[in-house]
Design a protein around this ligand. Structure first.
Ligand code: F6P
Length: 326
């Protein structure tokens, strides 16, 4: 095992609440072990533009409760090109950086995996995305906070839906993942939940809504943005065409789901994963992702985390949606 002295940390892709507690853990664990820690601004763009700074214990003071990421983030197209990778490598080399920790989702990991294979800089990935769609970790950073944000919004919409006897369609984030939709829907008592992983025919949805409408004053349907029927506006339009008597409204929650103070779960998860990532680098690991499996921190191959698609929706939650909505 060769001793490393200097590491860098970055956040990339969509920000997620919990990234700041995670950066804090990386910086302080690194410094505790005698490492110099460099913060890279704006993800891979910062590697390419040499936008980095030396961090110390105090650089991460009072950030546990902050949403977003103090390191900023970006979706960087240039890092997909050979020339971008080369620039990033030269900048790391010139600064004497011998290990890299990347916090992000599958796009971030794809870049990290390729970079580390070509340039032989050890890389450890930390799963940070509100979508919870990565193999190798039961939960990703930001998912719990985003779900709580949706539940809070859903409770408020329920008040007004009930006051007017309305049917609401609430669209939540998740291009390929129904994790936020399912958990928030169960927590908020949604009458139906439409998910990218499971097809729901519109007439089946209408039948479900009709069967409840005799007994219920309001109904809420959660639509994950990646659902095959289209977005919440399309679905609401189709339902209204079939049942014109419904008073239908649509709310798109959008990016408010990505912000806000991280929940205690995400703060603890970020701290555990940041701590584990530094230890993994010190143990000579590379191209691995640190993840949470059954309340233990485990390592998975980055390549596997990118290429394997895990069905993350809890079967009992899927089964109970209609039953608990009778
Ligand atoms: O990957 C997380 C995510 O929030 C998705 O749920 C969503 O589809 C996407 O990012 C939005 O990305 P952007 O902020 O770049 O529009």
């Amino acid at each position: 095992m060769s001793k490393i002295n200097k590491i860098a940390v970055l956040t990339s892709g969509g920000d997620a609440p919990g990234m700041n507690p995670c950066i804090r853990a990386v910086v302080r664990t690194g410094i505790f072990h005698g490492l110099q820690v460099v913060g890279v601004k704006q993800g891979y763009q910062g590697l390419i533009n040499n936008n980095m700074y030396d961090m110390n214990e105090r650089s991460v003071s009072n950030i546990l409760h902050l949403g977003g990421t103090i390191l900023k983030t970006a979706r960087c197209m240039e890092f997909k090109e050979e020339s971008g990778l080369e620039k990033a490598y030269q900048n790391l080399k010139n600064r004497g950086i011998e290990g890299l920790i990347v916090i992000g989702g599958d796009g971030t990991f794809t870049g990290a995996e390729r970079f580390s294979r070509i340039y032989d800089i050890p890389v450890i990935g930390i799963p940070g995305t509100i979508d919870n769609d990565l193999y190798g970790s039961d939960f990703t950073l930001g998912f719990d906070t985003a779900t709580n944000t949706v539940v809070e919004a859903l409770d408020k919409i329920r008040d007004t839906a009930d006051a007017h006897d309305r049917l609401f369609f609430i669209e939540v984030m998740g291009r390929d993942s129904g994790c936020i939709a399912l958990r928030a829907g169960v927590a908020g008592g949604a009458e139906a939940i439409l998910l990218p992983e499971k097809e729901t025919a519109i007439d089946e949805l209408i039948e479900n809504l009709k069967s409840g409408s005799n007994k219920k004053t309001s109904s809420i349907v959660i639509v994950a943005e990646g659902d095959k029927n289209g977005g919440a506006y399309d679905i609401a339009k189709k339902v209204k065409e079939h049942v014109p008597s419904y008073d239908v409204k649509v709310t798109i929650l959008g990016h408010l789901q990505r912000g806000g103070s991280p929940s205690s779960f995400d703060r603890v998860l970020g701290s555990r994963l940041g701590y584990a990532a530094v230890n993994a680098l010190l143990n000579g690991e590379t191209r691995k992702m640190v993840g949470l499996k059954g309340n233990t921190i485990q390592l998975a191959e980055l390549e596997e985390a990118i290429s394997t698609h895990e069905f993350k929706l809890e079967p009992d939650l899927l089964d109970m949606v209609d039953i608990l909505a009778i």
